[in-house]
Design a protein around this ligand. Structure first.
Ligand code: NIG
Ligand code: FE
Length: 425
């Protein structure tokens, strides 16, 4: 039966058990390890998790596909809770400009950066965007991602914002990965509104957001709250309107300048505040107090050569930290989950256990999906990864290289590296 699967004899099953965010060092350092473990998935949902002998004793396994995971670790499918996966064109030339000393924000001010991708995305047809998006989702799947968040924000006009969101809806229907859609109409001020950010915020609130809400095209609303982009007041106005229209809230906060984005996220009780490279002490304390997930994107700090977010301090302050790739054509063109986890351990001082929780249950919490994904708990979707190695520690240790052998989505085998390896001898 599709969706009926048993994984047995795993060297370790890492459950990351829970239905909400794990906050602080104690909760994040206990990923829940079962040795010689098994997972039973029936009809796409997890039915049982535990030691193989106990779970399978007396069970009628006929009709189940069975995978023997001896010598391998089994984890929940990863939740990449911050990406910009639908876009037209690429910006490889900007990589060289940045190496030559130009900053990310200077390039944007000159009409490049995000605005360059806006031009390419406006021009691209939906089929072209969907095909590029599908290839990116395939790659993410190979890294063990089974749920991904994707943002609009490369249209900055009604037509193209809707086009991006419709492409995401189509990808969600067609691809095994689940796509959580976010409306990021306030990603930059488009050329038509140059120097008139307030008027653009009015336009988004009046003309674009209601249409997105009416068509049910996005669950979250996001804003790039940054110096010379959208101020804290403009971001507040936009997000308050979004809340009125039924969106959950998330922010690009304190990425380049310490502007008070973390404080705003806490004030508005956003689900997640993202980036936070420059978050203040007060901002970190406020995120912990209000249980706003702190979503850290170390691939972006790495690519922009910016200082890393203070992940260790955030966890020690009691925050729920999530990790995500931020895949986009500019500040971080990478969907590598193991790179993100390695950077988090090496430069933000997370333990491998914390990094695993950050990429699973806390990623799920950051997109309001902790009830259904992000851990191996009975009742949740049967989304899991099987590694080539016996321990989760290999993920950050094997820097940047995926050691995911198989990916299971709702009980179906959707990626299997063993069937793809080139035979060289
Ligand atoms: O998360 N900083 C704003 N947005 C993206 C980058 C988008 C782009 O450069 O295309 C980010 O870093
Ligand atoms: Fe981003």
């Amino acid at each position: 039966m599709p969706g009926d699967l048993i994984v047995k004899n795993a060297a370790q099953v890492v459950t990351c058990s829970g239905f909400g965010p794990r906050c602080g060092a104690q909760q994040m350092n206990d990923p829940g390890i079962i040795e010689d473990g098994a997972v039973v998935i029936r009809n796409g949902l997890i039915e049982a998790v535990g030691p193989t002998g106990r779970v399978l004793s007396g069970m009628d396994t006929s009709g189940f596909r069975v995978i023997d995971a001896a010598g391998k670790a089994v984890l929940p499918g990863f939740v990449d809770s911050h990406t910009h996966l639908v876009f037209g064109g690429y910006r490889a030339e900007e990589f060289s400009w940045r190496l030559a000393g130009q900053s990310y924000m200077e390039i944007l001010r000159r009409g490049g950066g995000i605005l360059s991708t806006v031009r390419a995305t406006r021009k691209a047809g939906p089929a072209e965007l969907a095909e590029a998006g599908r290839r990116r989702l395939d790659s993410m799947l190979s890294f063990g991602v089974t749920t991904v968040e994707g943002k609009s924000g490369y249209g900055l006009d009604l037509e193209t914002e809707i086009k991006q969101l419709e492409v995401m809806a189509e990808l969600n229907r067609r691809h095994p990965l689940d796509v959580v859609p976010t409306f990021l109409g306030a990603h930059a001020v488009p050329p038509e509104y140059k120097g008139r950010a307030d008027d653009y915020v009015d336009f988004v609130i009046r003309e674009v957001m209601p249409e997105v809400a009416a068509r049910g095209l996005a669950e979250f609303c996001d804003v790039f709250c940054e110096q010379n982009v959208f101020s804290v007041d403009q971001s507040r106005r936009l997000l308050e309107a979004a809340r009125q229209m039924g969106f959950r809230l998330t922010l690009h906060a304190d990425e380049i300048v310490s502007l008070g984005g973390a404080e705003l996220a806490a004030e508005l009780e956003a689900v997640s505040a993202d980036h936070l490279l420059q978050a203040s002490d007060a901002g970190i304390a406020a995120l912990a107090r209000k249980k706003v997930v702190a979503t850290l994107l170390p691939g972006t700090a790495f690519s922009l050569k910016e200082p890393y977010a203070r992940g260790r301090e955030m966890i020690d302050a009691g925050c729920a930290v999530a990790l995500a790739t931020d895949l986009n054509p500019g500040s971080c063109f990478s969907e590598s989950v193991p790179l993100v986890m390695a950077l988090a351990c090496l430069y933000m001082k997370l333990t491998p256990e914390e990094a695993v929780c950050a990429m699973t249950i806390n990623g799920a919490a950051a997109v309001d999906r902790a009830e259904t994904v992000g851990s191996l708990d009975p009742g949740k979707y049967g989304d899991l990864v099987i590694l080539e190695f016996p321990s989760y520690r290999f993920i950050p240790y094997h820097v940047g290289v995926s050691c995911v052998e198989k990916v299971i989505k709702k009980g179906d085998l959707v990626f299997d590296k063993t069937g793809m390896e080139a035979k060289t001898c």
